[in-house]
Design a protein around this ligand. Sequence first.
Ligand SMILES: NC(=O)c1ccc[n+]([C@@H]2O[C@H](COP(=O)([O-])OP(=O)(O)OC[C@H]3O[C@@H](n4cnc5c(N)ncnc54)[C@H](O)[C@@H]3O)[C@@H](O)[C@H]2O)c1
Length: 254
Amino acid sequence: MQVEGSVFAVTGGASGLGLATARRLIDGGATVALIDLPGSDGEAAASDLGERALFTPGDVTDEVGFAAALATAATRGPLRGVVHCAGAGRRLRLLDKEGNPGSLEDFEFVIRLNLIGSFNALRLGAAEMAKHEPVAGERGAVVLTASVAAYEGQIGQIPYTASKAGIVGMTITAARDLASKGIRVCTIAPGIMDTPLLARLRDDVREGLAASVPNPQRLGTPDEYGQLAVHILENAYLNGETIRLDGALRMAPR
Ligand SMILES: NC(=O)c1ccc[n+]([C@@H]2O[C@H](COP(=O)([O-])OP(=O)(O)OC[C@H]3O[C@@H](n4cnc5c(N)ncnc54)[C@H](O)[C@@H]3O)[C@@H](O)[C@H]2O)c1
């Protein structure tokens, strides 16, 4: 897929990995719709990125709102790709210190945001991309975002792990499902990336996290995620695969 001159949607595009991906796509000559919550920094981010960026507010878990945000993106030209970064975690133990069972509501919140949000991004993104004629044999591509927690979830990450493992599991199925439409699906499973979430941690905590990464011994940069996301969009033979982006990190139990 050619990035230059194409239109892409980046969910969670107001911050962190999504914003870095949007910047890479803009630098490559694309038009990018940042889809993020209405209260996010999306407006400021889009104006910072320039004329080929637009902020289209939408909640990825909402059928109508997210479809409308994609439709707004498509006013700039045929949608050729979705990079889906919107997501978050919520700490939860199966039993708390007093032996009370963990909150079903918190589990559902994370599954809804990360897993159902990814399904919504896939189905509505694919519907938009399938409207157009293929270019060089393909109609589009979707990049989903899992986490290394899909494989080695730490204590307290049970909803996050379940949601991200679901995304890893969906990847090959979605790629097969959309093959006849000429739409590819891949997933990136990041390790510990230096996004605004981690910037809030104390320096010694950040240093401890960095030291746990074998090589290179540091946090990943959002731009390294953006670089891989753009490569996946560009490389027509990458499909149905989850790629770890983690400096060989394997998370310990806690
Ligand atoms: N940062 C890391 O170390 C790391 C590691 C592994 C996986 N991830 C995953 O990468 C993705 C991006 O993480 P990040 O670190 O860039 O986070 P971030 O908090 O910097 O950005 C996430 C963005 O998603 C938006 N968002 C949240 N809920 C939304 C919704 N319902 N609809 C639309 N937008 C919504 C937020 O407003 C925010 O702008 C997440 O899925 C996260 O689980 C991050």
